[in-house]
Design a protein around this ligand. Structure first.
Ligand SMILES: *Cc1c(COP(=O)(O)O)cnc(C)c1O
Length: 377
């Protein structure tokens, strides 16, 4: 048996669900209905109900979901959209593709997410929307961000690609799931996400029927009725085969969350104590449940890369999400007037450890022991 440690083990997850997934895929193949159709419709309905949103519209991937959400808001060209620079490139890419202007908000040094304070600093009279990113599996401070959006009349899109369904409890006691909180929520079914398919896929959530109808049309060439067009759209669809796989996985999502959070409990308890001087374990945003798409520690003292190389030598893979802020990458370069000290320092401190639904304690023990060995504790 191969006992190498993997950052994300998708094959073992498949093996556990093989019978159900194979049956679902084979049923689609025999149906002759490969695009749209009942499988996709049923998945959308089941996911809308699970996440608690009136509408779920599936699409080709999470990046398209963000782009479609921005198009649905109908902002004037050049309108500013606030988003973090400490994230995956997709939200910024979607803003630029939609003819809008990205404006970067810094993130909290502990939760890695934007906050009311960091967003408020960069609001101008030309701000049209905010894309908050629920990074690594937990929600931003949505109590205060929703309040900010309401008081300033600015619409909010959630990038819930890494945190689909993470629970969030508001101060008034009401509960929602990440992706179903703001005006429009976006998610991705990229294989390594918390609800992943076996290819590309994405979805949008909204309680606003006007946005829902517009997004549905935009994702299908801007079509109204067949061969009658009302918008300039794109072609972005979820395959029936992927929908069938996702329907199986949605039935197991509670188990996936449980595996990830149990693994996080193990890391939390074994990486605190003597190691606290050197590394910090993830902080949890008040009100949010963390679903640990990534388990990301911070390494102090400028030792991140040394630790990473040491672990690699010991057969422990790690990843740096993210090594470079988006605003310092060539196509998006923007230095003047941009002040993102937390973002820039996090890029040198963060380190994501192996995290997936099939992590055993013996694997985690090897990860933890290698880290302890590095620090000689
Ligand atoms: C994965 C991801 C996306 C994009 O999803 P794709 O399906 O790969 O297009 C967007 N934002 C964040 C934060 C992501 O992690």
């Amino acid at each position: 048996m191969d006992n190498s440690i993997q950052m994300c083990d998708l094959v073992s997850q498949y093996e556990g669900l093989k019978e159900e997934i194979d049956a679902a895929v084979s049923q689609v193949m025999s149906s002759g209905r490969y695009i749209k159709g009942l499988e996709v419709e049923s998945f959308e309905n089941e996911l809308a109900e699970w996440i608690g949103s009136k509408n779920c519209i599936s699409c080709g991937n999470g990046t398209d979901a963000l782009y479609l959400a921005l198009l649905a808001l109908d902002l004037k060209p050049g309108t500013e959209v606030i988003t973090p620079s400490f994230t995956f490139v997709a939200s910024v890419e979607a803003i630029v593709r939609a003819g809008l202007k990205p404006v970067y908000a810094d993130v909290d040094k502990d939760t890695f997410c934007v906050t009311r304070e960091t967003v408020e600093k960069v609001i101008t009279p030309n701000t049209g929307a905010i894309i908050v990113v629920h990074l690594f599996g937990q929600c931003c401070d949505m109590d205060s961000l929703m309040d900010l959006g309401k008081s300033r009349g600015i619409r909010i899109i959630e990038d819930a690609c890494q945190s689909i369904g993470s629970g969030y409890t508001f101060q008034d006691g009401s509960q929602k799931r990440g992706g179903a909180i703001a005006d429009i929520g976006c998610t991705s079914f990229f294989p390594s996400k918390n609800l992943g398919c076996m290819g590309d896929g994405g979805a949008l959530f909204t309680n606003n029927d006007h946005y829902a109808a517009k997004i549905r049309s935009l994702a299908n060439h801007g079509m109204a009725q067949r061969y009658h067009y009302q918008y300039i759209g794109i072609n972005s669809r979820l395959d029936a085969i992927q929908a069938a796989i996702l329907r199986v996985k949605l039935r197991h999502i509670g188990e996936f969350f449980y595996s990830r959070s149990s693994a996080a409990v193990y890391y939390d308890s074994h990486l605190s104590g003597d190691l606290e001087k050197y590394i910090s374990i993830p902080s949890i945003q008040k009100g949010s449940v963390h679903t640990y798409n990534q388990y990301t520690i911070k390494v102090s003292g400028g030792k991140r890369d040394l630790l990473r190389n040491y672990l690699a030598d010991k057969g422990v893979p790690t990843m740096v999400y993210y090594p470079n802020p988006i605003h310092l990458q060539p196509p998006y370069m923007e230095k003047e007037g941009v002040c993102l000290p937390v973002t820039e320092s996090l890029c040198n401190e963060v380190l994501s450890l192996p995290m997936h639904t099939e992590l055993s304690e013996s694997i985690q023990e090897r990860v933890v022991n290698a880290i302890k060995c590095f620090y000689r504790v």
